[in-house]
Design a protein around this ligand. Structure first.
Ligand code: SF4
Ligand code: SF4
Length: 281
């Protein structure tokens, strides 16, 4: 190929490359634009997007559930008890309001927009909004206060609650002192054990005195054996005289005869004239 041919071939290749690039440009030239002209135009915010919080103080009962759920501690709530004569009304969910909310601050400079403070609210009065444009040059301006009371009213409600609390404490102390005095004035013969409720004790009759056992004194006979006829070989006749005055005339009852004595005594009791076989002799 000559040098002239190469020259014209490169020129055509360049034109073709330009046409390919212009093809992509021409295709996007007639498609609709996707750029949003913020702030004149805005993209729609997702329905569950987490942005700046808002608190509807008409429904807030000052329970501090949201403050306890906050992981960074950017919610500060102060309340004051209402007087019995004050009626704070009810929330839209029907709960009676009993506390004055004297401070409800959310520091959005600390908030991480986690949304953990929203679910615990019993009246659903704290929620996320679609407001995300609240940048400030001063960080202190990101601390939002939501209370509806003026600073003077909040201070007055706080003082009023403190005075009522002090009065209630004084009344309680006086009642306790009166009760203690009344207790001290009671007769002291009541032992603590009697204050305890116990079942009535059963009346157990005293045990009847046991009769003394009629133990007759053991006879201690002053035995004066009178052995009569011992020399004559007869059986001794023992006369015992016990101390009770009774006479025991049976010698066996005093001195029971021993077996060998019985054997030797029997023939002695026989008189020479006694014949056990009758008059055979
Ligand atoms: S969104 Fe999270 S960080 Fe912000 S106030 Fe609620 S709980 Fe606290
Ligand atoms: S949880 Fe709800 S009602 Fe309770 S203090 Fe927070 S915003 Fe108020």
């Amino acid at each position: 190929m000559s040098s002239a041919d190469t020259y014209f071939k490169n020129i055509g290749k360049g034109f073709w490359t330009v046409l390919l690039g212009m093809k992509v440009t021409m295709r996007h030239l007639f498609t609709p634009a996707v750029t949003i002209q913020y702030p004149d135009a805005r993209m729609p915010i997702p329905e569950r997007g987490r942005n700046r919080l808002y608190v509807n103080m008409d429904d807030c009962i000052g329970c501090n559930q949201c403050g306890m759920a906050c992981p960074v501690g950017c919610i500060t709530i102060e309340t004051a008890k209402s007087l019995p004569t004050e009626d704070l009304g009810v929330t839209s969910t029907g709960q009676k309001k009993r506390l004055w909310v004297t401070q409800f601050d959310i520091d959005f400079a600390k908030c991480c927009y986690c949304g953990l403070c929203v679910p615990p609210c019993p009246t659903e009065c704290i929620y996320m909004t679609d407001v995300f444009e609240f940048s400030e040059y001063d960080r202190d301006k990101l601390n939002y206060s939501f209370i509806t009371l003026t600073p003077e009213e909040a201070a007055q409600k706080t003082e009023q609650a403190k005075a009522a609390e002090k009065e209630a404490a004084a009344k309680k102390a006086a009642a306790a002192a009166a009760a203690a005095a009344q207790k001290a004035a009671q007769p002291q013969n009541v032992t603590p054990s009697q204050n305890v409720t116990q079942p009535p004790a059963q009346s157990i009759p005293p045990a009847a005195p046991r009769p003394a056992p009629a133990v007759a004194p053991a006879p201690q006979p002053a035995v004066k054996p009178e052995i009569a006829g011992a020399e004559a070989g007869q059986a001794p006749s023992v006369t015992a005289e016990p101390q009770g005055g009774q006479k025991v005339s049976s010698p066996e009852s005093v001195y029971p005869p021993k077996p060998q004595e019985q054997a030797t005594r029997a023939p002695q009791e026989l008189k020479p004239n006694d014949n056990p076989k009758g008059s055979a002799d």
